[in-house]
Design a protein around this ligand. Sequence first.
Ligand code: MG
Length: 158
Amino acid sequence: MTRVGIGYDSHRFVTGRPLVLGGVTIPHPKGLAGHSDADAVAHALTDAILGAAGAGNIGELFPDTDPHWQDADSMELLRTAHELVQGRGLTLAQADCSVITEQPRLGPYVAAMSAALATRLGVDPSAISVKAKTNEGMGFIGKGEGLAVIAVAVLEAR
Ligand code: MG
């Protein structure tokens, strides 16, 4: 049995916070606003994994109204979501993530993000693809107001 899920996330850029994507802290004058550490790669992939299992979504599992998740390590939320689907007899076989942002240019960091995500999920780095692209200057991403991530996850029976 193979199951596929999609996840999407976006966050607004703000000053005064570190930029954390895929568990990697990236040098940049701005970080992302959010209740947790606002790691949009971890969030999108978490939703993709949950979606593939029909296990709800990140907001249901880790509500931002719950102070327990204030400044949470989103990579830990990701690991927890994967554990949940593993409890349902599924495991992550493959994932693909596209990070869409005008700045910073993320090409130099995608391998580190892939490695960090794979380590936290207990899978081989070759199973986790992370890609970076711009939005060609269009819309909220093009104006540098924020960034967005799209992720797809493939789960297989354990
Ligand atoms: Mg988010």
